[in-house]
Design a protein around this ligand. Sequence first.
Ligand SMILES: [Zn+2]
Length: 119
Amino acid sequence: MDELKPCPCCGCRAVMRQAPLEPETSQSGGYYIECTGCHLTTLLMFSILDNCKPLLVGLWNRRPVTVSEGEAEKVLREAKLLRDRINSANDLHAVFTIKDSAEFLGFSKAIDAYLKGKP
Ligand SMILES: [Zn+2]
C-alpha cells in the first residue's frame, strides 16, 4: 500500500482511521483518512469483499494534474494567436460578438498581462 501524501489543504500529516465499532451506527467500523492538522477527511469506506484501505489511499493521494511552465506558455501563445485571428477578422458578425464580449476582453487582457512578464 502506498504511503499517504501530506494533506492537500494544509500540508500536515494524514492518518488512516477507523470509526468506533458501534453496531447501532451506520459508520461502525468504517475506514477513512484524516489530516492531523485541519481534519480534512475522505469519505467513509467499508471492507466488504475487498480491503478498502488501498482504495482510500488512492483517493487521498490523488492530486490535480499540473502542467509545466513550458506547457502553460505554449497554450498561452496559441491562445494569443487565436485572439489575433479573431481581432483581424472584423468582417464576420459572429466574431464581432465574441470580440465585444466582456469575457473575451478579460481573456485578452489576461494573455497580455501574462506575456508582458515573459522574454
Ligand atoms: Zn490538512
